[in-house]
Design a protein around this ligand. Structure first.
Ligand code: ADP
Ligand code: MG
Ligand code: ZN
Length: 496
C-alpha cells in the first residue's frame, strides 16, 4: 500500500535522491561457514547446532572451502576484483540471537571490491544503460533468529532458533550511485538475476536468503555533498523496498522544506501502512570494535584457485541476451523473457538450434508454452511439452504441415493429457492441414467479386493489397487455412 503524496511534485523536483544498497545473499552450501552443521531451511529449531556455531568457549572455527568458492564466483559475476588476501574480523555487538557476542565478518580487507552492475534506466531506449558501482563483496556468518510466534506462550516470550547461526552469507555493498527508487528496483532485479545464474544462492526473499538494507538521502539539485542518510532495514520484497524509498524521499523533503534536519538513523517499513518508523538513531548506534579474528588465518584465494573458480562462471544474463538477439534473430523483448531464468534460456536455445526457424520457437515458447504453464501454475520443469516437442511443433507449422490453430489445439491436448507434443501428435494420427484448394478457390472468387475496388488497386500495382484478401480468407476459415496456400491461390486469381 502506498501513501498519497503529502509533498507537492514541485517541491520533490527540487531535490535529487541518492540511494545505496546493502544486500545479504545466503550461499547455498550444505554445511555452515565455520562448522559442519547442516544449513537446511525449516528443520526443527536448534537441531542443527554444535559448539562452534553456538559460540561455546574454546570451539574453533574452520573455514568452509565451498563458501569461499561461491562468494568468489558471485563476486566475479558482479565484475569485482578479487583480493588475493582477505581478513576475517570480529564485529562485536550484543543481540539475543548472536550467542558469541560477535559476528565473524570481513572489514577493511574484504574478499572482493570494485564491481558493478549494469542497469537499464530507460526500457524504451535500447542501450540506455547505467553502471551502478559495487563497493565490496565480503563473506560473513549469519546470526540466529528470534521467534515471536508459533510456540506456546509466544504472547509473553521470545524464543531463539540458532539453526541459522553460521550460515554463510555474501554481503554486497553498492556505491551510492542510484538516483531513484526505480533504479534501486532495477539494480535488485539485475543483482538477483546474476546471482541466480551463478547458482550460488536461491535468492528466496521469503526464506531470507536475500535481504536488503536500503540507504537513502536527498540533496538540493546542484549540491555536490550528499545529504544525511537514513537506512531502511528488513523489507521483504523488492516492491516494498521501492515503496519504502518513495515514502522516505517525501519524508526527507518535507523535513528539509520545513527547515528541519534529517537524523541519521535506522528505520523499519510497515507495508500495511506504507510508512517507515525510526528504530534506532546513530547516537545509539553501535561501535562494533572490529578486530582481526584471532582464530582464523588470512584467507588466500591465489591466482590458480581464482582461475579454477572463473572457469565455472556461466555466461551472464546481459551478455547472453545480446548474443541471443544476434544468433537467433529475436527481439530484445523476446530475449528479456527467454532469459528470465537460466534453465529457460538453456532450453529455449537447445530448441532454437534444433528447429528450422528460431524466431518461431521464441514466439511459440512465449505465447503458447509459458502462457499455458502460467495458467496452470506450473514451473518449466513440470511442463508436459519438452523442448523437443516445441522443436517438432515449430517445424510442423514452419513447413505448413499444420496450422497455428491446429498447433494450439494439440498443445491444449498435451496439457490436458499431460503428454509431450510428439506423443499427442502421433496419437492424433499426424493431422495435416487441408491442401485441398477447391474450397479456397471458391472463397477467393467470392471475395474478388465483392471487392472490385481493392482488386483494381492490386492490378494497378499496389501489391500489398494481397494482405487484405489473405486476411479475409483467413478470417472466413477461422484461422484453419494454410496461409501459404491462401497466398498462392489468391495471387493466381488476382494476377489472372
Ligand atoms: P555506514 O558506515 O553507515 O554503514 P557506509 O559508508 O558503509 O555507511 O555505506 C553503507 C551504504 O550506504 C552503502 O551502500 C553506501 O552506498 C550508502 N550510502 C552512503 N552514504 C549515503 C548517502 N549519503 N545517501 C545514500 N546512501 C548512502
Ligand atoms: Mg551499514
Ligand atoms: Zn555448528
Amino acid at each position: 500500500m502506498a501513501t498519497t503524496p503529502s509533498v507537492s511534485e514541485n517541491l520533490l523536483a527540487k531535490y535529487e535522491t541518492v540511494i545505496g544498497l546493502e544486500v545479504h545473499v545466503q550461499l547455498l552450501t550444505e554445511s555452515k561457514i565455520f562448522c559442519s552443521c547442516s544449513t537446511r531451511f525449516g528443520d526443527p529449531p536448534n537441531t542443527n547446532v554444535c559448539p562452534v556455531c553456538l559460540g561455546l568457549p574454546g570451539a574453533l572455527p574452520v573455514l568452509n572451502r565451498k563458501a569461499v568458492e561461491f562468494a568468489t564466483l558471485a563476486a566475479m559475476a558482479l565484475q569485482c576484483r578479487i583480493n588475493e588476501v582477505s581478513i576475517f574480523a570480529r564485529k562485536n555487538y550484543f543481540y539475543p540471537d548472536l550467542p558469541k557476542g560477535y559476528q565473524i565478518s570481513q572489514y577493511d580487507k574484504p574478499l572482493a571490491e570494485f564491481g558493478f552492475i549494469e542497469i537499464d534506466v530507460n526500457e524504451n531506449q535500447a542501450g540506455s544503460n547505467k553502471k551502478i558501482g559495487i563497493t565490496r563483496l565480503h563473506l560473513e556468518e549469519d546470526a540466529g533468529k528470534s521467534l515471536h510466534e508459533g510456540f506456546a506462550d509466544s504472547a509473553h516470550k521470545t524464543a531463539i532458533d540458532l539453526n541459522r547461526t553460521g550460515v554463510p552469507l555474501a554481503e554486497i555493498v553498492s556505491e551510492p550511485d542510484m538516483r531513484s527508487p526505480e533504479e534501486a528496483y532495477e539494480y535488485l532485479t539485475r543483482l538477483k538475476e546474476i546471482i541466480l545464474y551463478t547458482g550460488v544462492s536461491d535468492c528466496n526473499m521469503e526464506e531470507g536468503s536475500l535481504r536488503c538494507d536500503a540507504n537513502i538521502s536527498v540533496r538540493p539539485r546542484g549540491q555536490i555533498e550528499f545529504g544525511t542518510k537514513t537506512e531502511i532495514k528488513n523489507v521483504n520484497s523488492f516492491r516494498f523496498i521501492k515503496q519504502a524509498l518513495e515514502y522516505e524521499i517525501e519524508r526527507h523533503v518535507e523535513i528539509l522544506e520545513g527547515g528541519g534536519r534529517i537524523t541519521q538513523e535506522t528505520r523499519l517499513y510497515n507495508s500495511h501502512e506504507g510508512k517507515t518508523y525510526g528504530m534506532r538513531s546513530k547516537e545509539q548506534a553501535h561501535d562494533y570494535r572490529y578486530f582481526p579474528e584471532p582464530d582464523l588465518l588470512p584467507l588466500v584465494v591465489d591466482e590458480k584457485w581464482q582461475a579454477a573458480i572463473r572457469a565455472s562462471l556461466p555466461e551472464l544474463p546481459e551478455a547472453r541476451r545480446r548474443r541471443m538477439i544476434k544468433e537467433h534473430g529475436i527481439t530484445a523483448g523476446d530475449a528479456h523473457t527467454l532469459t528470465l531464468t537460466r534453465a529457460l534460456a538453456d532450453q529455449f536455445e537447445s530448441a532454437a538450434r534444433a528447429a528450422k526457424n528460431p524466431k518461431r520457437v521464441a514466439n511459440l515458447v512465449q505465447s503458447e508454452l509459458l502462457g499455458r504453464l502460467k495458467a496452470q501454475s506450473l514451473e518449466l520443469d513440470q511442463s508436459p511439452i519438452s523442448m523437443a516437442g516445441v522443436t517438432l511443433s515449430a517445424d510442423l507449422v514452419e513447413s505448413g504441415a499444420i496450422s497455428s490453430k491446429m498447433l494450439k489445439d494439440l498443445y491444449d491436448l498435451s496439457f490436458e493429457r499431460k503428454q509431450d507434443f510428439p506423443a499427442v501428435y502421433e496419437a492424433e494420427g499426424r493431422p495435416e492441414q487441408s491442401r485441398d484448394t477447391s474450397a479456397l478457390e471458391k472463397l477467393a472468387d467470392e471475395l474478388i467479386a465483392a471487392n472490385p475496388k481493392q482488386v483494381e488497386q492490386y492490378r494497378a500495382g499496389k501489391k500489398t493489397m494481397i494482405g487484405f484478401f489473405v486476411g479475409q480468407v483467413m478470417k472466413a476459415s477461422k484461422g484453419q487455412a494454410n496461409p501459404q496456400l491462401v497466398n498462392d491461390v489468391l495471387t493466381k486469381k488476382l494476377e489472372g
